[in-house]
Design a protein around this ligand. Structure first.
Ligand code: ADP
Ligand code: MG
Length: 353
């Protein structure tokens, strides 16, 4: 078992009480000169070993700051981060910031040497003590990320997706236990994203690596993550398995973020004929777009208000003066703006005030 190089002693029993690999307890972070906002506000969570955990949230919600707190790049204002029960050392304890068992791939590839070859970018992370090992390990890592054929190319000549693969190879060549990635697929063309996501999942399955990734793309995190952490205004407002969080969000914000859900007031829900179980306590409901069905009808007060092309599907907007909802439609539109429609709500999620 690897432990941090400079950390405070934690009694053995703390380590054995089933703590997750990384334990974040009541952590807050306030930046100097920006005391009015808590970038991270009293956050507690656990990161499980050999899993992919995704942190998702709107821009400015504190995702990158939480990632840096976990890595030890930022000192928490309150609370603590523990890795295998040991406090994660920060700048004040350590000359080179960043936990020894973790590696971080940043958004901008600023670690890469653009004018050096792919091979050298990766191999340079290993010592020269054992040159055979250095060669084999570099080869193996390039192979895992499927970029062996690019070994002799300069990074400057590669595409965004290829550069990201080099950055990940460089981070993984030393076998870190945890790989941290901040918006890793931003610069990767949509067509190549799936393949890279698949390869990362494969590496996690094969090697026991733990991955924490920050993203604002729901499709990405739902497909990739074993566990989701949803952030809003510096706080974690939802966390759990992707399906659980998608179908049973605790907050309207999560439903909107993950499912582009329709958020309706109690009154709007009633206009649509939704039966609310706990009416007095309900403040809002969420209806995922796929739970709205629209059917042509001659005697409805609702109409198709708009139809938007969304690439793989169309989005119908239907309603009247009091309420409108969005629904997904696959295939060619079978209705036109102005058509009279019945709106049926399949499943809804209630939120208290
Ligand atoms: P996200 O990654 O979710 O977009 P960040 O963690 O980058 O959000 O930022 C959270 C909040 O902290 C924002 O209000 C941002 O402006 C602020 N912030 C982030 N980094 C710094 C910094 N180095 N100095 C001051 N404020 C910062
Ligand atoms: Mg960020």
């Amino acid at each position: 078992m690897k432990t941090a190089s400079s950390c405070q002693f934690v009694p053995q029993d703390v380590q054995q009480h089933g703590l997750p690999l990384i334990h974040v307890q009541d952590v807050s972070c306030v930046f100097e000169g920006k005391e009015d906002v808590k970038a991270v506000d009293n956050v507690s969570t656990g990161i499980e070993e050999n899993k992919i955990t995704a942190i998702i949230g709107a821009s400015g919600s504190g995702k990158s700051t939480l990632l840096k707190l976990i890595y030890g790049l930022i000192e928490p204002s309150t609370g603590e981060v523990r890795y295998r029960g040991w406090l994660v050392p920060t700048r004040k304890d350590k000359l080179i910031p960043g936990h020894d068992a973790m590696k971080m791939v940043s958004q901008s590839f600023d670690d890469l040497n653009l004018y050096a070859k792919v091979w050298d970018n990766v191999a340079s992370q290993l010592s020269n003590i054992n040159l055979t090992y250095k060669k084999e390990k570099t080869e193996e890592t390039l192979q895992k990320l499927q970029i062996s054929h690019l070994a002799q190319k300069r990074v400057a000549d590669l595409s965004g997706g290829e550069r990201q693969r080099v950055a990940i190879s460089r981070a993984l060549v030393n076998d870190p236990e945890v790989l941290l990635m901040d918006e890793p697929f931003n610069q990767v063309d949509a067509a190549f994203r799936d393949a890279l996501q698949h390869d990362i999942k494969q590496i996690v399955a094969e090697t026991g690596l733990t991955v924490i990734l920050v993203s604002h793309d729901p499709a990405e995190v739902l497909a990739m993550a074993d566990r989701l952490i949803v952030m809003k205004d510096g706080q974690i407002i939802d966390q759990g398995e992707p399906k659980q969080v998608y179908f049973h969000p605790q907050h309207a914000y999560t439903a909107q973020l993950l499912a582009k859900s329709n958020i309706l007031s109690k009154e709007e829900a009633e206009v649509l004929g939704v039966t609310l179980e706990n009416k007095t306590e309900t403040a809002q409901i969420a209806v995922h777009q796929e739970d709205v069905s629209l059917n042509k009808s001659d005697n409805s007060s609702f109409r198709i208000l708009d139809i938007k092309f969304r690439g793989m599907h169309y989005e119908y907007i239907a309603g009247n003066d009091d309420v409108s909802v969005r629904a997904v439609h696959f295939g060619k539109p079978n209705m036109a703006i102005g058509d009279s429609v019945d709106i049926q709500i399949g499943r809804h999620i209630s939120f208290k005030a």
